[in-house]
Write a protein that binds this ligand. Structure first.
Ligand SMILES: NC(=O)c1ccc[n+]([C@@H]2O[C@H](COP(=O)([O-])OP(=O)(O)OC[C@H]3O[C@@H](n4cnc5c(N)ncnc54)[C@H](O)[C@@H]3O)[C@@H](O)[C@H]2O)c1
Length: 360
């Protein structure tokens, strides 16, 4: 894939800036993608992953940074979209010096890009990166950071689910509904707690015995099933994918019994077109990047000096944003995924345009 033009001669991805960073001594090879700064500095995590090729790393950073622009726009943040990848195996290649070298490259962008955690990078890594740059979020609480972002991710998913429940059944509650959670990890666990408190019954599955043991001891009322297939074909009202991406594919959607899909996992639609399949089956899908934005809201709050209550209030607004998207989808006769994209593009264009007003 080209960065400026694709093989068919069209604009490849529309990114503002893509930066390749290399430090031979530490072995650092990183790519920072800035899709848009129309709303403010680009914010998005750093993925540390052993890509098969440089092309695979470039493709990932381009897709991820574009996704962050849409997510941040709909989260109501004054932040654009960016993301970075470090090409390497975090288990073998991560070192203090490599992370600090990376931090210096982030610093060199002078605030056009703020980084955060993603797959393969963790809160302690952000503390190390912060020794070289101011432009980092997701640090530990001891270092003024927001800590574990899954707390507000789960809270936001719960708000999105309440909005979908109101749209479908008339009341913004999951009380009396049966919700199936695939993945009782950091997000799934908190989500289970919110649902139980709301009066829902929860059925769940996980491949990790530790996660299952956690459920048995913390919430014995959760029904545990063998696997995701058993979960989605059981009698559930809502399906909450909270494990890996691609949860909604050509095999899953036709057998899904839920009326609503709302979950924390990123990139739930396995390929473009799945949103139409969901609509044809009368299943309401709340776009993942809308409902799982609580985590980025949590870390973004660090830029102002972290205040949990302020961040929680902002994540609570995911209820309103989801409702707005579902109404827009109805009004414009498009799936919610399309309506969400339109709303994000509208905000980036309308608010981004204000920069053209000269301030002297
Ligand atoms: N943590 C956040 O703040 C955040 C923010 C936005 C999006 N997300 C997304 O939410 C999802 C979950 O994130 P997390 O932080 O809870 O991760 P996690 O690694 O803590 O949890 C994932 C859980 O899914 C389980 N799992 C993996 N494969 C499975 C399978 N086939 N069937 C059932 N369970 C399976 C794992 O055992 C694990 O318990 C990911 O897609 C992540 O990208 C997380």
């Amino acid at each position: 894939m080209g960065v400026f033009v694709s093989s068919d001669g069209t604009d490849a991805a529309g990114h503002e800036q893509v930066v390749f960073c290399q430090d031979r001594h530490t072995g650092l090879k990183a790519i920072i993608g800035i899709y848009s700064t129309a709303l403010g500095p680009a914010l998005g995590g750093t993925r540390f992953y052993p890509y098969e090729s440089e092309e695979a790393a470039v493709t990932d950073v381009l897709n991820l940074s574009r996704g962050m622009a849409y997510k941040n726009a709909l989260a109501g943040l004054d932040l654009g979209g960016g993301k970075a990848v470090i090409w390497g195996d975090p288990a073998l290649d991560k070192s203090e010096a490599l992370l600090r070298a990376y931090g210096r490259f982030v610093e060199s962008l002078r605030g056009r890009y703020y980084t955060a955690c993603d797959v393969g990078t963790y809160v302690p890594d952000m503390d190390v990166i912060a020794r070289e740059t101011r432009y980092v979020t997701g640090r530990s609480v001891e270092h003024g950071g927001a800590g574990d972002s899954s707390v507000l991710t789960a809270w936001g998913v719960f708000q999105g689910m309440r909005a979908a429940a109101e749209h479908t059944w008339g009341t913004p509650t999951l009380a009396g509904r049966r919700v199936g959670i695939a993945g009782l990890g950091k997000v799934g666990k908190y989500l289970a707690g919110h649902l139980i408190e709301d009066g829902a019954s929860v059925v769940a599955t996980d491949v990790s015995s530790a996660a299952l043991e956690w459920a048995r001891t913390t919430y014995p009322q959760i029904d545990l099933v063998e696997d995701t297939q058993a979960l989605i074909t059981s009698d559930i009202d809502v399906y909450a994918p909270c494990a890996l991406g691609g949860a909604l594919d050509d095999d899953t959607v036709p057998v899904l019994r839920a009326k609503i899909v709302t979950g924390g996992a990123n990139n739930q639609l396995a390929h473009p077109g799945i949103e139409k399949l969901l609509e044809e089956r009368g299943i309401l899908y709340t776009p993942d990047y809308v409902v799982n934005a609580g985590g980025v809201i949590q870390v973004a709050d660090e830029i102002e000096g972290f205040n949990f209550e302020r961040a929680k209030l902002r994540a609570t607004k995911i209820f309103d944003t989801t409702s707005q998207i579902l109404r827009l989808a109805d009004d414009e006769g498009v799936p919610p995924a399309v309506a969400a994209d339109r709303l994000a593009e509208r905000r980036m264009a309308e608010v981004g345009r204000l920069r053209s007003i000269y301030l002297g």
